[in-house]
Structures are given as structure tokens and as C-alpha cells.
Write a protein that binds this ligand. Structure first.
Ligand code: FE
Length: 287
């Protein structure tokens, strides 16, 4: 096989631990002082896993967003979503909420009342994806997608599994529509399993390790990474290659996208192209 096309590894970034929303713990490979964004991805938060006792769980009360998309993917727990326009949803394990904030929403993302009373394990992800200038002020849109609707591919060993949240894996297409080309795969590999995934050389592509140990790249350009690390692939090929270590399973998110390559100004919950548009967002949401 031709290994020239397999991308090498540009960098491996270790997450920082921070408190988000009302004070729940997240691991954040970016933005942090080492890595600001991976265009068009603006933020990656790994929520928990956290074991909450009864009446302990913390969420994110009312806050606005404008100019981008928030994608929430739950692995454990229950998250309830409400917004200022009366939209309401409940995320259970395996469900995805793809929220295009566009011109703006004010919403809350909280443990469901039932989960709050009982407590339990909360585990998931929130990813922010930028919108190009001409789509920043489009009307808000929700794509709440229950777990059963997320396509899954079982690999040759009959156990390793890939959930196709956005984009395509091995001919299997996601059901969620994206504003720009996005790949979002949840990859679960038994020890010693791996695959290659096509990725246009101009696209940014990365792997965030949820658990286990993985080997990335092929030949001389191989690097190893572990839980909590983000592997950024270089732009020297049109395929990425990854596998679990021989003695470790591997769970990761494989994320890719076409860079927007526009000026980006962010402040808190707003991501626009200019400072003036950020000021305008503050004016609009303080009414
Ligand atoms: Fe939010």
C-alpha cells in the first residue's frame, strides 16, 4: 500500500482541567494557552465523567450564544435543554443535540430534574463549531437526534464500533446536516484494531482520546497518545491512520472540518468576525 498519502502527526496537546457553566468539571484540549482553535472547531469540552450524589449535579443556567454551533453528545446521565423561544429537549446517553445558534438563542443546559434528585454518572462532550460569515446570523436550528438514529458501523472483529455523528465512515453517512463539511466519529476499538479514514489534505483533522491508548500515523511518523490528549494530524496526506495499542482498547472522537479561514473574534458566548459585531451581540442580548 502507498503510505505517502497517510498524514503524519503535527502535534499532541494535553487537555487542561477547568470548571464550566455553574461549576462542573471539564477537560479542555482547546482553547487553552497552547492551542486557540482548530478551524472550524472553536472548543472541545470533555464533560466528566463525574459521579454526582443526589441533588449535587451542576449544569449551565441561562446564557446566550451567537455566530456558531454547539454540539452536545451525551455518553452517560441526562441533560435537559430549554431556550428563550420555548424549545425544550432531553438528552439521554447516546443522543446528540446539534444546535445552530446562528443569530442567537438564550438557553440552559441542566441535569434533568430526575437525574438531579437521584444523582449518578454524567459523561459527555460539547463541541463548538464556527459558522462562516454569511451564515452567522441565520435563524437558530436544532437537530436533536436520539441514539437509535445515529448510524453505527461494526468493524471486522465484530466488536469494535464507530458511530457516525457527522460526515461519513466507510460509505455510511450521518443523518445530521452540517453548515460546513464536518466529520464527527465516535470510535471504539478493541485492542490492536485500527483503520484509515480519507481526509482532504486541506481539512483539519484531529483525534481526542476519551480512554485507552492509541497509535497514530504509519511508518516513521507514528506517535502514541493517551486519554485526555488531542492528536492533530499534519496536512501532508489525504488519509489518516489510527489504531489501538496491542494491549489497550481505545475510545476517541475523530473530528475533521474544512477551515473557514476568516477573521474570528470571540468573547464568552459570542463568536463573530469583528469586535463591533461582538459589541452588537452584547447590546442585543442585554435588552
Ligand atoms: Fe450553551
Amino acid at each position: 500500500m502507498d503510505t505517502q498519502a497517510v498524514r503524519s502527526i503535527e502535534n499532541i496537546v494535553t487537555s487542561v482541567r477547568v470548571l464550566e457553566g455553574g461549576g462542573f468539571p471539564v477537560r479542555r484540549p482547546f482553547p487553552n494557552p497552547e492551542l486557540d482553535q482548530v478551524d472550524p472547531f472553536l472548543l472541545l469540552d470533555h464533560l466528566g465523567p463525574t459521579e454526582w450524589g443526589p441533588r449535587e449535579a451542576i449544569g449551565a443556567p441561562d446564557h446566550p450564544h451567537r455566530g456558531f454551533e454547539t454540539v452536545t453528545y451525551l455518553l452517560a446521565g441526562e441533560n435537559e435543554h430549554k431556550d428563550s423561544k420555548g424549545n425544550h429537549g432531553l438528552l439521554n446517553p447516546g443522543d446528540v443535540q446539534w444546535m445552530t445558534a446562528g443569530s442567537g438563542v438564550v438557553h440552559s443546559e441542566m441535569p434533568s430534574p430526575d437525574f438531579f434528585e437521584k444523582g449518578g454518572k454524567m459523561h459527555g462532550f460539547q463541541i463548538w463549531i464556527n459558522l462562516p460569515k454569511e451564515r452567522k446570523m441565520i435563524p437558530p436550528r436544532y437537530q436533536d437526534t436520539i441514539s437509535e438514529k445515529i448510524p453505527e458501523v461494526i468493524l471486522d472483529d465484530g466488536k469494535s464500533k464507530i458511530r457516525v455523528i457527522a460526515g461519513e465512515f466507510n460509505g455510511v453517512k450521518a443523518v445530521i446536516e452540517t453548515n460546513t463539511p464536518i466529520l464527527y466519529l465516535h470510535v471504539m476499538l478493541e485492542p490492536g484494531m485500527g483503520f484509515r479514514q480519507p481526509a482532504s489534505a486541506t481539512d483539519n483533522i484531529m483525534a481526542y482520546l476519551i480512554s485507552g491508548e492509541g497509535v497514530f500515523g504509519e511508518g516513521e511518523n507514528t506517535r502514541t497518545a493517551v486519554e485526555g490528549q488531542l492528536v492533530l494530524f499534519a496536512h501532508d496526506g489525504d488519509e489518516v491512520s489510527l489504531r489501538s495499542s496491542q494491549d489497550s482498547s481505545l475510545e476517541l472522537l475523530l473530528l475533521g472540518g474544512t477551515p473557514i479561514n476568516e477573521p474570528m473574534v470571540r468573547y464568552g458566548p459570542f463568536v463573530m468576525n469583528t469586535k463591533e459585531e461582538i459589541f452588537q451581540a452584547f447590546r442585543d442580548f442585554s435588552k
